[in-house]
Design a protein around this ligand. Structure first.
Ligand code: GAR
Length: 211
């Protein structure tokens, strides 16, 4: 079994999709079985927490402001990840840069969802940035996490066409719809297949399932 922690700071619609995907059997591969075992949040009152509670998923909620520095905040998270024997981290709307201790402990075991076609429009408000820039195509990226802001090796991308009649709201809704489909599919594949990262390139070795 592969135990997954989801990190979220917001409404948690992507977290909910991951819970639904697990319930539907999507994370039950031929060998590896994925289980969402923990929600980690920096916003104890956020929507994702209510969704975790409704699904009886343990929650680790820490306010960064109550720690002297980021290192101590992340040590508190690492402690819970260890207790819960977490194998994989999925950042689903977690709006903080991951520090070196968590990065080291989960090197090549942590993925992030981002609402643009990276490397375009990294950072906050990616959908608004793309809308303002007037691009005709934007999209969704799932990538491995490294020390940069949305800079790690890319696992999957899906384009979304910006329509002439789009408002920021309608574009946001379509991007979220794509995220809700793509993220569970990517999580299912990394559980099912061996991931090989060579420089910037990511390969899923479909002939060598992981145990
Ligand atoms: C998602 O659109 C996700 O791509 C974005 O936050 C939203 C969370 O929505 N993440 C980032 O912008 C990270 N840079 P949700 O709380 O409803 O899942």
């Amino acid at each position: 079994m592969q135990r997954i922690a989801v990190f979220a700071s917001g409404t948690g619609s992507n977290f909910q999709c991951l819970l639904d995907a697990e319930a539907s059997g999507m994370f039950r591969g031929s060998k590896a079985y994925g289980k969402i075992a923990l929600l980690v949040t920096d916003k104890p009152a956020c929507g994702a927490v209510a969704k975790a509670q409704a699904a009886s998923i343990p929650v680790a909620a820490f306010s960064p402001q109550s720690f002297p520095a980021k290192a101590e905040y992340e040590q508190a998270i690492l402690q819970v990840l260890k207790e819960k024997q977490i194998d994989w981290i999925v950042l689903a709307g977690y709006m903080r840069l991951i520090g070196s201790d968590i990065l080291q402990a989960y090197s090549q075991r942590m993925i992030n969802l981002h609402p643009s076609l990276l490397p375009a429009f990294s950072g906050k408000d990616a959908i608004g940035q793309a809308f303002q820039a007037g691009v005709k195509v934007t999209g969704v990226t799932v990538h491995f996490v490294d020390e940069g802001m949305d800079t790690g090796p890319i696992l999957a991308q899906q384009p979304v066409t910006v329509l002439q009649e789009d408002t920021l709201e309608s574009l946001t809704a379509r991007i979220h719809g794509v995220e809700h489909e793509l993220l569970p599919k990517v999580v299912a594949s990394i559980l099912q297949y061996r991931v090989v990262i060579e420089g910037r390139k990511v390969y899923l070795r479909k002939d060598e399932s992981i145990g």
